[in-house]
Design a protein around this ligand. Structure first.
Ligand code: SF4
Length: 509
């Protein structure tokens, strides 16, 4: 069986409002995207809307194009715009909202990229959702259904009054929507075609209270929120009726006040003979305790990941990641004791103030681990720093390409010498990510030009040349604290004043 829906679907609704819910990536990824699936469920359960999921690899659709009244996009990554524009092309819609006709559907988007900085998309979408989509999407759809016959302008005016909705033509300010968690959200569809095959994903925590200075997942989701223990347990029970694979999701799952009890609940079932596989996104070092790690190992977890972010304690302090080398070594002891064969470490290159000495520290650390723990498999995955809006590092540009390449080559070579595998993300692609991340309204034209030139790496350079855009300004420049930023119009907690204070505090460490 391909797909199990965990709710009662009505496929024969008596309604005349039709919607595509688009995911700018292949179906397998969509079927593993908790937020996307949950928001789809919310709308699919309504009797007054026919809604269909559409993916980048969809060949056809059940609802015909000429019947569509509304299109929503869920955008998680900066580069998702490539598939959004492919979709508009494929379905014969103009790229810009202002160029689409009155008979075309309204097209909107939400997700973390949009919520942190909607400015680059302001000409493409008719409106956007800033913050949590739960509840807001419902209100949006209600307004669109009730006013279907009215001109777009009037509908947009009404939408602009909903908290969390940003209509570029109308709103000068918008308040980010922070949902109160009404319960525990989970993947309402379990599928063997999903990237995480047949896996029931449960949100245990929303956000992360650690506030690492580069981290959007933390700053965009403050304050950290949790469903109740009982709600989580009931949800796990529901999932186990349909599959034996469960995954606990959250930027910092271990922050749940009853995380140990949740783990123990599943572990007890396993000890009593249940065949359950349980995975979690990543463990914080202070949660590498024998009981937690043992439960995960017994639940089939073969490897664990540990985000150390930076090699030296100095730099880890500056990014607000207070993690000592002693804690890293303790975590390895626990991992070995529980029968794990290895750990994967995550880090970042090119963080503000990073020097070559900080990078060398990573190699030294790896060398020490190899020496003390022979036969224990360690590997490293690195990405390069991309400044994110609404974080204390939003003012810092990236390091120049050449020095990043030098660091990247150095680390790969030196780790290889001591038998440690490593990967580093492409600094060229990360550069373009940074351009979009700190982009302004001018970048709608830029994205369209990239699309017209084929959306490969070379197309980005060509587009900036054709349009005369200085992309280093977005990706590399350090901005002054008093500079007005393209996303300043979003009202978000903790706000710019706090971010500046935090940024200054960290740099003084
Ligand atoms: S611990 Fe991880 S999720 Fe939390 S703020 Fe740091 S990087 Fe972000």
């Amino acid at each position: 069986m391909a797909e199990q829906y965990l709710y009662q679907r009505n496929l024969h609704k008596n309604c005349d409002f039709n919607m595509w819910f688009a995911f700018p990536a292949p179906k397998s990824f969509a079927l593993s995207s908790l937020g996307y699936l949950w928001l789809f469920r919310e709308l699919d359960m309504r009797e007054d809307v026919n809604i269909e999921m559409v993916f980048s690899d969809s060949k056809t659709t059940e609802i015909m194009r000429n019947k569509i009244d509304l299109i929503a996009f869920s955008i998680s990554f900066d580069m998702d715009f490539i598939e959004v524009l492919n979709f508009l092309d494929k379905n014969n819609y103009a790229y810009k909202a202002s160029e689409r006709s009155e008979t075309d559907p309204l097209i909107f988007a939400g997700g973390p990229v949009i919520s942190s900085n909607p400015a680059p998309y302001s000409e493409i979408f008719d409106f956007m959702i800033i913050g949590d989509g739960e509840g807001v999407n419902e209100k949006v759809v209600s307004v669109c259904i009730e006013n279907k016959a009215k001109p777009k302008k009037e509908i947009l005016k009404m939408l602009s009054e909903i908290e969390g909705v940003y209509v570029p033509e109308i709103n000068v300010k918008v308040k980010k929507k922070t949902a109160k968690l009404a319960g525990c959200i989970y993947t309402p569809i379990i599928s063997d075609m999903a990237y995480f095959k047949d896996t029931f994903i449960i949100e245990v925590v929303r956000g992360c209270a650690n506030r690492c200075a580069f981290c959007l997942a933390s700053y965009l989701n403050l304050p950290i929120r949790f469903p109740d223990y009982e709600q989580i347990i009931n949800t796990i029970e529901l999932g186990l009726k349909h599959t034996n694979k469960i995954a606990l999701l959250g930027a910092q799952v271990t922050a749940h006040p009853r995380f140990k009890d949740i783990i123990n609940f599943v572990h007890t079932k396993i000890k009593n003979g249940a065949n359950i596989e349980m995975g979690i996104s990543s463990l914080r070092v202070d949660s590498f305790t024998p009981d937690i790690v043992q439960a995960l190992v017994d639940a089939g977890q073969k490897n664990l990941t540990l985000a150390i972010e930076a090699g030296s304690e100095r730099l880890r302090k500056i990014i607000n990641k207070n993690l000592s080398e002693e804690q890293i070594f303790k975590a390895i002891d626990v991992a070995k004791q529980c029968g794990l064969k290895g750990i994967k470490f995550y880090g970042m290159l090119g963080l503000p103030t990073e020097t070559m000495e900080d990078v060398e520290e990573i190699v030294k650390l790896a060398g020490k681990i190899k020496k003390l723990h022979k036969g224990f498999d360690i590997s490293f995955g690195f990405s390069t720093f991309v400044p994110k809006p609404n974080t204390p590092f939003q003012w810092f540009g990236r390091e120049e390409e050449k020095s990043l390449e030098k660091k990247s080559n150095y680390i790969k070579k030196e780790l290889h010498k001591i038998g440690v595998k490593s990967t580093v993300s492409s600094s060229k692609w990360d550069y373009w990510q940074a351009v979009l991340s700190r982009g302004d309204e001018k970048l709608s034209d830029f994205m369209i030009e990239v699309h017209k030139n084929g959306s490969k790496l070379g197309a980005f350079k060509k587009a900036s040349k054709n349009l005369g855009i200085n992309t280093d300004y977005y990706a590399l420049e350090n901005y002054s604290y008093d500079k007005e930023l393209p996303w300043d119009f979003i009202e978000i907690t903790p706000g710019k004043e706090f971010l500046e204070k935090e940024s200054r505090r960290l740099l003084e460490i």
